[in-house]
Design a protein around this ligand. Structure first.
Ligand SMILES: [Ca+2]
Length: 299
């Protein structure tokens, strides 16, 4: 049986900061026959919601998956009035249980679920690209001038609070698990050489983003953060995880979403590490549209 999934995403790719990792997550998911993607919703974040909506539609078309509906969601933190994404997610939940991959700020997901008619008992998991282990700074390299922000969390702290207070099951696919995983120039060359037009487009769009990481941080490539959240839905056996209580400390931009055994708030599944080699094989094969073998490798 296929796993029902809703994906909430903030793809920039060709616009604003040109971050590409939502595209890695979306194409990976759209090319995974194990998943029934019942809807994709665009939210503000890396770009404004209008661009994110258009880009999500473009990625669906490039992946050859025009059968998957795309909905426009919330335009900013606190924008919780009904929109097609909020109503679409709530309707999808009425039918059967599903998992939610939350790849951007949680505004739309919180608005959909914080409603008397929302079937919270049908939320199997909210896989959120955010949160941190206590004391963890988001540093790619030692001596980095400024740590990376916990962008999706910081963009709407209240939305995270809402979902925790509702008692929703949540998995944090945040910095720690993602920052072990690199897409290098050789991987982009492979996508171009062995992939189809969609994989080639992704590789070309990734070059400027990758160059920026390598130039500014001295890395061997970039981290496709959001793709790890989809990976958890596909191959949980590749991950090491912990079940830890959380707390939201501080307020506004000073706020941190922290998981640690010493805390006393709602518990989450915290993804700690992943089998990088197996998991990257799986990602690359799916991006190129190749069949996946049981060991996670492309045929
Ligand atoms: Ca994202």
């Amino acid at each position: 049986m296929k796993k029902r999934v809703w994906i909430d995403t903030d793809p920039a790719v060709t616009h604003c900061n040109r971050e590409v990792d939502d595209a890695y997550a979306l194409i990976r998911a759209l090319r995974s026959p194990e998943l029934e993607i019942v809807g994709i919703s665009a939210v503000f974040g890396n770009a404004d919601v209008d661009h994110g909506f258009a880009m999500a539609q473009e990625i669906v078309a490039r992946s050859g998956r025009n059968d998957v509906p795309v909905f426009k969601g919330c335009a900013g933190a606190g924008d919780r009035k009904d929109n097609p994404a909020i109503l679409g997610l709530r309707e999808a939940l009425e039918e059967e249980p599903l998992a939610i991959a939350a790849l951007g700020p949680l505004t739309t997901v919180a608005a959909a679920l914080d409603h008397p008619d929302a079937r919270l008992d049908h939320v199997e998991d909210i896989v959120f690209v955010g949160g941190r282990r206590k004391g963890l700074a988001f540093l790619v390299v030692p001596g980095q001038p400024r740590p990376f922000p916990d962008m999706n969390f910081e963009s709407d702290v209240a939305a995270t609070e809402t979902l925790l207070n509702l008692g929703c099951k949540m998995t944090l696919a945040g910095w720690e698990v993602s920052n072990q995983f690199w897409v290098t120039p050789a991987h982009l060359d492979l996508l171009l050489a062995k992939g189809d037009a969609c994989a080639g487009w992704l590789a070309e769009q990734s070059r400027p983003w990758q160059s920026r990481w390598m130039k500014e941080l001295g890395t061997t490539g970039f981290t496709p953060f959001d793709a790890l959240a989809i990976g958890w839905l596909l191959r949980p056996q590749d991950f090491q995880s912990l079940h830890w209580p959380t707390e939201i400390t501080g307020t506004g931009k000073e706020g941190l979403f922290v998981a640690d055994p010493s805390l006393s708030g709602p518990s989450v599944t915290y993804l700690q590490s992943v089998d990088v080699i197996t998991h990257r094989e799986d990602l690359m094969a799916r991006l190129m549209g190749q069949p996946i073998l049981a060991n996670g490798q492309g045929a």
